[in-house]
Design a protein around this ligand. Structure first.
Ligand SMILES: Cc1cc2nc3c(=O)[nH]c(=O)nc-3n(C[C@H](O)[C@H](O)[C@H](O)COP(=O)(O)O)c2cc1C
Ligand code: SF4
Length: 389
């Protein structure tokens, strides 16, 4: 009797021991913001509820990013096991994999991988006598960029309009169907099996002190060797471009790194950057999901920033006015300056960017100013003809 009591007590300690490993690992979210994974899981664990969810954000809407697709299709069980570990640590029993509609092969591969787990009796109730229940649901998303934003994603799963929710409450408190929910990116979750097998300290020994582990990087067709590469956090950007990507096929003037809301990195900055959250933030850029989209030397930057405004206005959920109106007004201003002798007022543009940055409810409107400001700062001579003197 005393042995059974002891083992029950011990089994209750296991999630806490696993959580301690996760804390030691220093794992930060790979979906864009670099938020602490252990903090998120712990805050969900601390909310008492019989129903909790682990949601995998596999919407991967950033143009030029395909690392989530790689994991979904080539390492499906790393992701699924990662979600089960997250469920075990938080007390969640349902995992929802929300997969971008444009990835039908990923939907099939993940569904088959889940079926295999069922065959092996690794899913369901009281899995292998462990008292742990877990099962999955796969959602084929319907393709709007804003559905990748975690709260819009939750509304989308609920069958509602994918509108961003005001925080707090955070999803870990009130998420899917108002239940405590963890939302994580594919790559973040796929790191958990390694951490549980090898230990948090082993994971933290890779990368830098504040950006531990490795990062998948998507290189676009302007590289001699485009594709997905895994690099230790802290790898010089120069090494990624020259040694992994084989250099550029033709002259490039800037790289848009980390999706449409990431920074516009001029070629002159390559040697100042290493692939980690802090190096990018220190230089005024954003690592984000680490996709690299190149802008050729002969591609007009005015066209590029016009496209960013148009993209944002098209994808805006419309909930807050800085983004709903600001992205459209910005687009109209640039369009007029491109197609007539109208010159933009720089003060007006700066005010618009400040309003977007400080007044937007989420990082779609709030993130648009970063690449635009980078463009205005580093490509002043190319863009100044479009502004009043
Ligand atoms: C407009 C917008 C789109 C986003 N799209 C994605 C996406 O496709 N995939 C993703 O993982 N995170 C995306 N995010 C970030 C999520 O809101 C959230 O921070 C992330 O899923 C958390 O996971 P992580 O902590 O593992 O990074 C997006 C955010 C915004 C504002
Ligand atoms: S910033 Fe844009 S996408 Fe985000 S809540 Fe506001 S309107 Fe919606």
């Amino acid at each position: 009797m005393s042995i059974i009591k002891y083992s029950r007590k011990f089994s209750q300690q296991i999630p806490l021991l696993c959580l301690a490993e996760l804390k030691d690992s220093g794992l930060r979210g790979r979906g864009g913001a670099g938020f602490s994974m252990a903090f998120k899981l712990e805050s969900c664990r601390n909310v008492e509820d019989v129903m909790k969810f682990i949601v995998c954000n596999a919407d991967e809407g950033d143009p030029g990013a395909f690392s989530d697709r790689y994991l979904l299709e080539q390492r499906p069980h790393a992701l699924l096991m990662g979600m089960m570990i997250a469920g075990y640590l938080t007390g969640a029993s349902v995992g929802v994999v929300y997969i971008r509609g444009e990835y039908p092969e990923s939907v099939t591969i993940i569904s088959d991988a889940i079926a295999l787990l069922h065959d092996k009796k690794f899913l369901g109730k009281n899995i292998l006598g462990s008292n742990f229940n877990f099962d999955f649901k796969v959602i084929k998303a319907q393709g709007a960029y804003i559905c990748g934003e975690e709260t819009a994603l939750l509304s989308s799963i609920e069958g509602q309009r994918p509108e961003v929710r005001v925080r707090p409450p955070y999803p870990t408190q009130k998420g899917l169907f108002n239940k405590p929910t963890v939302v994580n990116n594919v790559e973040t979750l796929a790191n958990l099996p390694f951490i549980m097998q090898q230990g948090g300290k082993k994971f933290a020994s890779i990368g830098t002190a504040k950006s531990t582990g490795t990062k998948l990087i998507s290189l676009d067709g302007h590289f001699n060797r485009p594709g997905i590469y895994e690099a230790d956090m802290g790898t010089p950007l120069r090494a990624v471009i020259d040694e992994l990507g084989g250099g550029f096929k033709h002259p490039i003037k800037a790289m848009h790194i980390g999706g449409p809301l990431g920074g516009l990195v001029p070629i002159s900055k390559i040697d100042n950057l290493t692939v980690d959250f802090d190096s990018f933030a220190k230089e005024g850029f954003l690592l984000g999901h680490a996709s690299i989209v190149c802008i050729p030397e002969d591609y007009p930057l005015i066209d590029y920033i016009e496209h960013l405004f148009r993209f944002t206005s098209h994808e805006s959920c419309g909930k807050c006015f800085p983004c709903r109106l600001g992205s459209t007004r910005g687009y109209e201003m640039i369009d007029k300056a491109r197609n007539s002798d109208y010159k933009m007022d720089r003060q007006l543009m700066d005010d618009l960017l400040e309003t977007l940055e400080t007044g937007s409810l989420c990082a779609l409107g709030g993130g648009l100013p970063l690449p635009v400001k980078n463009a205005l700062k580093y490509f002043d001579s190319e863009l100044s003809p479009y502004f009043k003197k």
